[in-house]
Design a protein around this ligand. Structure first.
Ligand code: SAM
Length: 289
């Protein structure tokens, strides 16, 4: 079987089907077999079913199918269906679904796949224009997958894995690190794609971890987003705006041992959890009064 992820094979397939990568769908095809094999190896899928988002012409799909029990791939571009049938011919553990991943009933799909295959992981070279919505769909699903290994624009990867007190640390970092252990595992040059994108990329891995769970994740995430709403402002100012009450905001900060000069980017995940718990307590006491 010919490896799809090479410069020559990619050109051959694109020419055969008279295809041009669609910018609007974030199509940048990987053409370096070592990178693709490395991603598939790291996906931890040998005993699992993999969900792939955006198989393109099948470069990563092929490597995943050679390792995993089953691959379920969502591709929005109808034109790629014939291409995939051709490029992946001979591999019988792949199912391609012609659907926008953002519209799929993820919890139902993951539940069924878990019942059939045991473990379910996600691995993809993401369409960059919807990296965050795709990840939040995975994060917020009632049915969690065991591991997510995805390539994205390097700058976005930096935000997901950013540590406290750094320039990239933001609401996205806190929310994703609450849910998962987050690590950048591979750096990828812009030179290994056809067409070549304007940015470098990185593969980020999200692994399930034991966490201190808050009682209402949506309320917790809303509070985190509010705390970072205006990065230049203090935590107090952002909180005051969110709560529409300066006295309550100050009271919450005091109870957390924080001052009116603290900024959101100085708070660790544990401090955000504490902030949420105090906020939740105050909110409920105010409702009772
Ligand atoms: N996996 C291939 C590779 O690594 O060479 C292609 C990756 S390319 C960056 C992103 C792929 O996602 C494209 O094939 C694109 O058509 C597909 N795509 C874009 N938006 C999508 C969506 N909402 N749902 C499913 N697939 C999508």
């Amino acid at each position: 079987m010919k490896i799809i992820a090479s410069i020559s094979r990619t050109n051959e397939i694109l020419e055969k089907f008279n295809l041009r990568a669609k910018k609007g769908y974030g199509q940048n095809f990987l053409t370096d077999p070592r990178i693709v094999e490395n991603i598939a190896d790291k996906a931890d899928c040998n005993d699992a079913c993999v969900i792939e988002i955006g198989p393109g012409i099948g470069a990563l799909t092929q490597m995943l199918a050679l390792r995993a029990k089953h691959v379920l791939a969502y591709e929005i571009d109808t034109k790629l269906l014939d291409v995939l049938a051709y490029s992946l011919e001979g591999l019988d553990n792949i199912e391609i679904i012609n659907e926008d991943f953002l519209n799929c009933d993820l919890a139902k799909v993951v539940k069924e796949l878990k019942a059939k295959y045991g473990r379910v992981v996600v691995c993809a070279n993401l369409p960059y224009y919807i990296t965050t919505p795709i990840l939040f769909k995975l994060f917020e699903s009632e049915q969690q997958v065991d591991k997510i290994t995805v390539m994205m624009q390097k700058e976005v990867a930096d935000r997901f894995s950013a540590k406290v007190n750094t320039k990239d640390y933001n609401a996205l970092s806190v929310m994703s690190q609450y849910l998962y252990d987050v690590k950048t595992i591979i750096k990828v040059s812009r030179n290994v794609f056809n067409p070549k994108p304007n940015v470098d990329s990185a593969v980020v891995q999200f692994s399930n971890h034991d966490k201190i769970e808050v009682n209402d994740q949506n309320a917790f995430f809303a509070l985190i987003k509010a705390c970072f709403k205006q990065r230049r402002k203090t935590l107090y100012n952002n909180l005051r705006e969110y709560l529409k009450d300066g006295i309550v905001a100050e009271n919450i900060l005091n109870k957390c041992g924080l001052t009116n000069n603290t900024r959101a980017q100085e708070l660790t995940l544990e401090q955000f959890i504490k902030l949420y718990e105090v906020y939740d307590y105050e909110r409920k006491s105010l409702c009772e009064d």
